[in-house]
Design a protein around this ligand. Structure first.
Ligand SMILES: Nc1ncnc2c1ncn2[C@@H]1O[C@H](COP(=O)(O)OP(=O)(O)OP(=O)(O)O)[C@@H](O)[C@H]1O
Ligand SMILES: [Mg+2]
Length: 247
């Protein structure tokens, strides 16, 4: 589903990613770990066309993503969340989630002729996802003013509403309390099982990734230092030195 080869990104003198390869098979749930500045978010930025790499390739379901214009990324079945929730503050929780589902609306003539029908369908889809995330009671609430943990869930709900085949989650448990994080891990596990989508999750919260992911990839200052089953990677001395030992 995702095939990254020799991905390289330089910021002036800093090499954020140095010829990194990463493969995620269809339906896999892969954890991407590594200390601050390892290049995890930069890798997501390349897959979602927010940033052009200096070198390398990115294929999603065999399609060359780097050849796509950025606005075609969602239509290609890729959705992501950001480390700091990027919701629309003035829109309600439901409207935020509806923006994720917009690719299912009809276009062109049908869009104009049946705008109300399109709106109804988007709402229905958004409400299903809101329900899954326990957000239905907050559907009409403006995103502005909601607690951070709720905004993180709204953002994930918006990404899921797009029904992606590849979901990239950047620190979904960041800033959440232990119970909230545990509940979120359960929700992601259920969604993954139910939909069979491919998920790559970046996270510093080790209990979260260790409990959730079958496979872990570890980056350290732009280099891949480990890639394998979770039970092996968590015991790898280089990984422990880079990120596990410090926590
Ligand atoms: N826009 C930018 N301009 C210059 N340097 C950048 C930029 N974005 C990232 N970097 C640098 O690239 C490297 C990788 O950053 P990145 O944000 O991808 O790391 P990360 O693994 O996501 O870290 P964190 O866990 O802190 O989120 C860091 O050295 C960072 O300072
Ligand atoms: Mg990051």
């Amino acid at each position: 589903m995702l095939e990254i080869g020799r991905l390289t990104v330089r910021f002036g003198g800093v090499t954020a990613l140095d010829a990194v390869g990463l493969v995620a098979g269809q339906g896999e749930l892969v954890g991407l770990i590594g200390p601050n500045g390892a290049g995890k978010s930069t890798l997501f930025d390349c897959v979602t066309r927010r940033r052009d790499p200096d070198d390398g390739m990115v294929l999603v379901a065999g399609q060359d993503v780097l050849g796509l214009p950025p606005h075609r990324v969602a239509a290609c079945g890729i959705a992501r969340t950001f480390q700091h929730p990027a919701v629309f503050p003035r829109l309600s929780v439901r409207e935020n989630v509806m923006t994720g589902a917009h690719r299912f609306g009809a276009g062109g003539f049908w869009r104009a002729a049946f705008a109300w029908e399109r709106e109804r369908r988007l709402r229905a889809r958004a409400d299903e996802v809101l329900d899954l995330f326990g957000l239905l009671p907050l559907g009409d609430h403006p995103a502005d003013g909601l607690p951070y943990g709720v905004l993180k869930r709204v953002e994930i709900a918006r990404a899921v509403a797009a029904e992606p085949r590849l979901l990239l989650l950047d620190e979904p448990a960041g800033g959440l309390g232990p119970e909230e994080a545990l509940a979120l891990a359960g929700l992601i596990r259920d969604l993954h099982r139910a939909t069979g989508m491919t998920v790559v999750v970046v996270e510093h919260h080790m209990e979260f990734v260790l409990g959730l992911c079958e496979r872990l990839v570890c980056l350290d200052v732009g280099h891949k230092i480990a890639d394998g089953p979770t039970y092996l990677v968590r015991r790898d001395p280089a990984v422990i030195a880079a990120c596990l030992g410090a926590r």
